[in-house]
Ligand binder design. Structure first.
Ligand code: SF4
Ligand code: FES
Length: 368
């Protein structure tokens, strides 16, 4: 052991970490498949973790001093390393089998409404069930249903999708002056609610949308307006007196459909250059929906295994740039469809209309 550092081996890879480091944090330092998935742990939220059990691992050697294996699988986000500890994640058939079981439990009450869910394409549960789940479910009973709660003008709650990870409760506790929502009841009745119908309004409460690992809390200003894989994420900033103003804009053409925090490779908010989490305020998130509100830095690099990354938008060329390469000469005529057709209403910004678009928004103006 080098002084003050513990040696830990995860899936046969050894690394030195300071005492107090959890197995999950040590695995993140190694990176790649060695890192267990985490649905409730969020390093920037104090006390998070220990709720979902997706991060279970096998400890095959407790420490140098006491090499006995731990009798049960442990939650890696809540278990700190010991010097000489040996951990198995993807090399443990037991841990892999247990993770399948956890996914099955998480999906027992989760609706399979991905085709209409705004989180589709960036949902941690979707990724988890794809990577670790079974093909079918053995659950034959009716799934839970809840009374609808209105959380106000910005945030949409779909309680049936919630996996009770508590991240949104920690955001309200740690980022806002007064928490207005929480988890009411226990067991299968447990639900996110405000008790006496209230809207969530604090300046930083919009961040609950970004920490929610599923589609239980979504952005009302973006709802049903576009699929995330059709939008192009770019990093942008503005001078804001409430937050650091470091955001990710989700564009289609030059319309800003959505504003979110910038996420790191673990899906968590990045840090500012001063080392603080770059949470964003409601004004930046919900009210600055024009490209001109922002200074665009460039396309976001999406390095997660993600359907959004498959759009290859980085280094994207416009048709007038690549067409000469493809056809071997300059096109004689190059038209913008909006200049020659009235099939859409070019004057309408779909990102700005109230609620999802309807057929009225596409009607030929001649029929008005
Ligand atoms: S609403 Fe989302 S963030 Fe909040 S507890 Fe449920 S799953 Fe977690
Ligand atoms: S991430 Fe460890 S228990 Fe949820």
């Amino acid at each position: 052991m080098s002084e003050d550092l513990f040696k830990v081996t995860i899936d046969n890879i050894t690394i030195d970490v300071p005492p107090g480091t959890t197995i999950l944090q040590a695995a993140r330092k190694i990176g790649g498949d060695v890192t267990p998935p985490a649905m409730c742990y969020y390093s920037k939220l104090k006390d998070s973790g220990g709720k979902c059990r997706t991060c279970l691992v096998e400890v095959s050697k407790g420490s140098e001093k006491d090499p006995r294996p731990m009798p049960k699988l442990v939650a890696s986000c809540r278990t700190t390393v010991m010097d000489g500890m040996e951990v198995k994640n993807i090399t443990s058939p037991k841990a892999m089998e247990a993770r399948k079981g956890v996914v099955e439990f998480l999906l027992i009450n989760h609706p399979l409404d991905c085709p209409i869910c705004d989180q589709a394409g960036e949902c941690d549960l979707q990724d988890l069930s794809y990577g670790h789940g079974n093909e079918g479910s053995r659950f034959e009973f009716q799934k839970r249903v809840f009374e609808k709660h209105d959380l106000g003008p910005y945030i949409q709650l779909h309680m049936t999708r919630c996996i009770l990870c508590y991240r949104c409760v920690f955001v309200a506790d740690q980022l806002t002056e007064k928490r207005q929502h929480g988890i009411l009841d226990r067991g299968e009745r447990a639900e996110i609610a405000t008790y006496i119908s209230k809207s969530l309004e604090h300046d930083f409460i919009g961040n609950v949308i970004d920490v929610c690992p599923v589609g239980a809390l979504t952005d009302k200003t973006f709802r049903f307006k576009n699929r995330v894989w059709f939008t192009k994420p770019v990093d942008a900033h503005r001078d804001c007196d409430k937050c650091a103003g470091l955001v990710r804009l989700w564009l289609r053409g030059d319309e800003v459909f959505r504003v979110t925090v910038r996420r790191d490779e673990w899906g968590e908010v990045i840090n500012t250059p001063e080392g603080k989490p770059a949470w964003i305020c409601n004004e930046c998130r919900f009210e600055k929906k024009k490209e001109s509100d922002w200074i665009i830095e460039g396309p976001t690099h999406i390095n997660r295994h993600s359907v959004i990354a498959q759009g290859h938008y980085e280094g994207l060329k416009m048709p007038n740039e690549f067409l000469p390469e493809v056809i071997g000469k300059k096109p004689r005529l190059f038209l913008n469809i909006h200049d020659v057709s009235e099939v859409n209403r070019p004057g309408i910004d779909l990102s700005l209309i109230e609620g999802p678009a309807t057929s009225d928004d596409f009607e030929n103006p001649k029929n008005d």
